[in-house]
Design a protein around this ligand. Structure first.
Ligand code: PHE
Length: 343
């Protein structure tokens, strides 16, 4: 074999180049370098003609052999690279089922709904059933049956949303008292959580807000049962025993009537500059009283045999107090963070 062809040198160079090729691109470079148009081996093959005729055959055979070998080794290397790429891909895509889930957004109940559910749960624990009533009411149930006289300012167009047909958006959950009495009779224990509407819109009033009505009708119901029930309910809601103040008040559908103040949940009366109670130490949370005999009659129950109590508690206020929300309007602004868990 003529030395000037240096076939062994090309073979060694090829082996080294192949060993360091780690990708398809690098492999292609190696192919071009040796068997491409101007590749080292290709050039040797081209120079065969310059050899003395007696050497050509042997050299040609050897070069062709080497070309076959190079092609084969390039193919084998390509298969290996493909396999290791697949392996890498699999490793990258492997799913670790023990990793915690990616919880970008956990939906949760709105604070007012949360409040509603909590209070409903508490009252169900005391044996009350839920009645929902209707947000569109008739004057009869919203006012008339509740002993609200024609001259009462609540009936004014300024305060109530009326429909053209004389129906209205209920201004409180109290109409459900009469509906429940008519539907279930006595004795009776119901709560009615839901939306109510008034023509009010300022920093502390929204045209739509939420109340929960409670009604108990039985024989010989005393005012102390009412006081015990609402204080139990509010204690359970805040998770501690609060101080209570029952103030004499007036509602046409209860007699006597009271308003319930609870000790300020923010400062317990210890901060003269408290932003929640404005230094009074008290927060007004509910209206209540013994159901007026006229209302019991409207519910087709005999007020000579049965009496009872009713209360109406503001759910938005309770939510604000429990969750430290200082502006009523925040509840209705549609801020999505109000619907995220961990509130
Ligand atoms: N309906 C009254 C209001 O909306 C609250 C209330 C309910 C008062 C039941 C007494 C009894 O203000």
């Amino acid at each position: 074999m003529p030395d000037d062809l240096n076939i062994a040198g090309v073979r060694d160079n090829f082996k080294n180049s192949l060993a360091s090729a780690k990708s398809f691109n690098e492999l292609d470079d190696v192919r071009v370098k040796y068997i491409g148009k101007k590749g080292e081996l290709t050039l040797l093959l081209r120079s065969l003609g310059k050899l003395p005729p007696e050497q050509r055959k042997a050299a040609g055979q050897e070069l062709n052999l080497l070309r076959d070998q190079i092609e084969q080794e390039l193919n084998t290397a390509a298969i290996k690279i493909k396999a290791s790429e697949n392996e890498q891909l699999e490793l990258n895509q492997q799913i670790d089922v023990t990793l915690p889930a990616r919880n970008d957004f956990n939906g949760a109940f709105h604070p007012v709904m949360q409040t509603m559910h909590e209070l409903v749960n508490i009252m169900q624990g005391l044996g009350y059933s839920v009645a929902l009533g209707s947000e569109i009411e008739q004057d009869f149930y919203n006012f008339e049956c509740l002993n609200i006289p024609k001259w009462h300012p609540a009936r004014d167009m300024q305060d109530t949303f009326y429909f053209d047909n004389g129906e209205l958006l209920r201004t409180h959950t109290s109409p459900v008292q009469v509906h429940a009495m008519l539907e279930y009779g006595a004795p009776l224990r119901v709560i009615c959580p839901g939306k109510v509407y008034r023509r009010d819109n300022d920093t502390t009033h929204s045209p739509m807000f939420n109340q929960m009505e409670g009604l108990l009708i039985d024989r010989d119901v005393s005012f102390s049962v009412l006081k015990g029930t609402v204080s139990e309910m509010v204690n359970a809601f805040f998770g501690r025993e609060l101080k209570y103040r029952f103030r004499a008040s007036y509602f046409p559908f209860t007699e006597p009537s009271m308003e319930l103040d609870i000790e300020c949940v923010e400062c317990s009366g210890h901060n003269k500059n408290c932003r929640v109670c404005h230094g009074t130490g008290w927060l007004e949370v509910a209206g209540m009283g013994m159901v007026h005999p006229e209302v019991i009659k409207a519910g087709k129950i005999d007020p000579e045999i049965y009496n009872g109590f009713a209360f109406g508690i503001g759910l938005d206020r309770m939510a604000m107090l429990k969750y430290g929300i200082n502006d009523l309007r925040l509840l209705f602004d549609g801020d999505i963070s109000f619907l995220q868990s961990g509130f």
